[in-house]
Design a protein around this ligand. Structure first.
Ligand code: ZN
Length: 440
């Protein structure tokens, strides 16, 4: 995108970039790899160590096939060891001096200690990657409008990119106690896009509307897009959002390298292949899996020279397709499925939390969808579940039978179900999600 913005009614923010042919996408990826690989090898001690150990040098890579065949993987364990053994908080990835950074973010830490994410997005460096502008346009936001941001520690670049797009961020804490303010600011500024929702925040917003005497269809009347990130919403939260009358769009990260959003077709999440090179590989053999099959997402940045992840094994299990979307965008789409360590094999089949979820939330007393898969070993004789419930007309034994029946109907295995109050499970995680797999 150079300078001019499209007309407000245009379907694409940058039509040429978003509808590139597969051959053009690959040409661009190779050009960008040719820049990022020598930079990463030169400045990131971890990347250099991985490539030296594999006896590969960036000059050996002259095609995407070379890259897929020869480039070594980086995984979370290697980065973690670099952090602890060498006392490098950046895991051997930082390519700049700390004083050159513009922001330090931290992850929510659902499955461990929060991970630091150092960033450099300085105006003097020129335009930041175009991805988010394309996404915001795709979901219906237009320059000059207000964008409501209900976010926690991942603020900096997110609202900087909204500003660069020409929208004005309105900031509210990611905190149930701040939702009355959310209602007031929505009515006052009439934002058109909201980032982001989780089940807990949805229910807090509904509660704030009730406490404040606001009509939710009025509070949400101006919104063209409500963005949901992290875990899928529970059935109850989805029903609440549907009653507000504004469309919801799912959002996820792509192997800690890029981001992906749904388009108005709501058929998979688009990521931008000129920012992110993603592969979908068999988690055991690392052979490529076919389009539309489940595999592990392996991601390489094509633009982030600050902490360049190169062939990073994300542990995220996704379905990925390169087939162009009905919306006209040609870049790949993903469907998040789960985490690699979350699968448990019962009766010879791998079961992930996402497979259990719909069965749990179809039982009224469990409709917050709070549950854990108990995984004592990768292979188990029985599927064991710890399921949250709230007060209802049913007796505990009835709830237990209903959950077991729903799981059996969907998955063909009879689970062992332990019931605990929802509040007990919610205490296990940060405010917006809980660990979906537990060792006992
Ligand atoms: Zn699309």
């Amino acid at each position: 995108m150079t300078g001019t913005r499209p007309a407000p009614g245009a379907r694409f923010f940058d039509e040429a970039a978003e509808t590139r042919s597969r051959a053009d996408i690959e040409t661009m990826q190779l050009e960008r790899l040719a820049r990022i690989l020598p930079h990463a090898y030169e400045h990131s001690p971890l990347v250099r160590s991985a490539w030296d150990a594999a006896a590969v040098h960036p000059r050996d890579i002259s095609s995407l096939d070379d890259f897929y065949e020869r480039a070594p993987f980086i995984d979370k364990t290697t980065i973690e060891h670099w952090r602890t053994d060498r006392r490098d908080p950046w895991g051997g990835l930082l390519c700049l001096g700390e004083s050159e950074l513009t922001t330090i973010l931290s992850s929510s830490g659902t499955t461990g200690a929060p991970t630091l994410s150092p960033q450099r997005w300085a105006p003097s460096d020129g335009p930041v990657p175009a991805g988010l502008s394309r996404d915001l346009w795709m979901m219906g936001l237009r320059p000059g409008e207000f964008m409501m941001m209900v976010i926690f520690t991942f603020r900096g670049p997110a609202f900087g990119m909204a500003q660069q797009f020409g929208a004005t961020p309105v900031l509210v804490d990611y905190d149930a106690d701040d939702m009355l303010r959310f209602c007031e600011l929505s009515l006052r500024y009439r934002p058109t896009c909201l980032y982001n929702l989780s089940s807990v925040i949805v229910l807090a917003m509904a509660d704030a509307c009730e406490r404040g005497g606001y009509d939710p269809t009025d509070v949400f009347a101006s919104y063209r897009a409500l963005v949901q990130a992290g875990e899928p919403l529970s059935a109850k939260a989805r029903a609440v959002v549907a009653s507000w009358g504004a469309p919801m769009f799912e959002h996820t990260n792509v192997g800690d390298v890029g981001t992906a959003f749904q388009c108005p077709e709501h058929d998979g999440l688009h990521y931008w292949e000129d920012d992110t090179l993603a592969e979908n590989l068999d988690p055991s053999s690392t052979a490529p899996v076919a389009d539309d099959e489940r595999g592990e997402l392996v991601a390489t940045t094509l633009v982030n020279g600050t902490t360049p992840l190169i062939r990073y094994r994300s542990d995220d299990i996704v379905r990925l397709t390169r087939t162009p979307c009905a919306c006209g965008r040609t870049h790949s789409r993903i469907w998040p499925v789960g985490r690699k360590g979350d699968g448990v094999v019962v009766d010879g089949r791998t079961i992930l939390p996402i497979d259990v979820w719909p069965a749990v939330e179809e039982v009224d007393a469990c409709d917050l969808g709070l549950f854990q898969v108990i995984r004592e070993a990768p292979t188990m004789d029985r599927l064991r579940l710890r399921v949250g419930h709230h007060a209802s007309d049913m007796h505990l034994a009835g709830i237990r039978d209903a959950v077991a029946g729903a799981v059996e109907a969907r998955l063909g295995v009879v689970p062992e179900v332990e019931l605990v109050p929802d509040a007990e499970l919610l205490r296990l995680g940060p405010p917006h999600k809980i660990p979906r797999v537990a060792a006992r």
